[in-house]
Design a protein around this ligand. Structure first.
Ligand code: SAH
Length: 211
């Protein structure tokens, strides 16, 4: 179930779906996804599917984690990345192995606490967690070279655009029932370009926090 062979099969699937970045594929191969999932479901950890993690939330599908990470890092390595929606901590863990510092915010406290334990178990020391409504970003720690959002707002939150460094990249699902994955690049202080990539399905970005 957790064997290297099972993980290699998953990576083969990711390659079949067009993921090519060797560093991303390596990290996907070595990250133990089963520890981010409750035991009752952990036998399905290496299927390429989203799975429930409680509180009506899901751990993202491996393909989408790989895709978003590859898009974020397509122009080279990054020092500071903000993740909105820590959830299980799986995407956080993938990022932490590829960039210098990860700042990750989550609005549901119990999910954040579980994620924190897993990150400690994996001895990841370059991750900074905060319990907050991430629609506002994390202004005190910005600007960020990259921002990756794992829940879908109806529109790109302006606060996130403001917290992007010049040249910074924002990867974000946008929409309601119909969602699109977008890549926004901050070309200069005032100029942003947007590329629409593919149809996706994320849980909604909600406002406020849950204790
Ligand atoms: N990256 C996660 C995906 C979790 S699903 C993983 O790999 O497991 C999306 C997460 O975004 C949920 O945990 C949800 O609670 C969180 N979320 C939704 N709206 C948010 C907001 N405004 N601020 C912070 N987190 C938010």
């Amino acid at each position: 179930m957790t064997s290297q062979r099972t993980r290699s099969r998953l990576v083969q699937r990711l390659q079949d779906q067009g993921i090519t970045d060797p560093q991303v594929l390596d990290v996907m191969a070595s990250t133990p996804r089963h520890i981010f999932i409750d035991e009752a479901l952990s036998h399905r950890a290496y299927e390429d599917t989203a799975l429930p993690i409680g509180f009506n939330q899901t751990i993202s599908q491996p393909y989408i984690v790989a895709k978003m990470t590859e898009l974020l890092l397509a122009e080279g390595p990054m020092k500071k990345v903000l993740e909105v929606g820590t959830g299980s901590g799986y995407q956080t863990t993938v990022l932490a192995q590829l960039v210098d510092q990860v700042y990750s915010v989550e609005r549901i406290r119990p999910l954040q606490e579980k994620a924190r334990k897993r990150l400690q178990l994996l001895s990841l020391r370059n991750v900074h967690l905060r319990h907050t409504d991430g629609g506002m970003g994390w202004a005190e720690r910005g600007p960020f070279d990259g921002i990756l959002v794992t829940a879908a707002p109806e529109q790109v939150p302006p606060e996130l655009l403001q917290q992007l460094a010049i040249g910074g990249r924002l990867v974000i699902p946008v929409g309601g029932r119909q969602q699109e994955l977008k890549l926004v690049i901050r070309q200069s202080e005032m100029e942003f370009t947007t590329e629409v990539l593919e149809a996706v399905k994320f849980v909604p970005l909600l406002s406020g926090t849950v204790r």
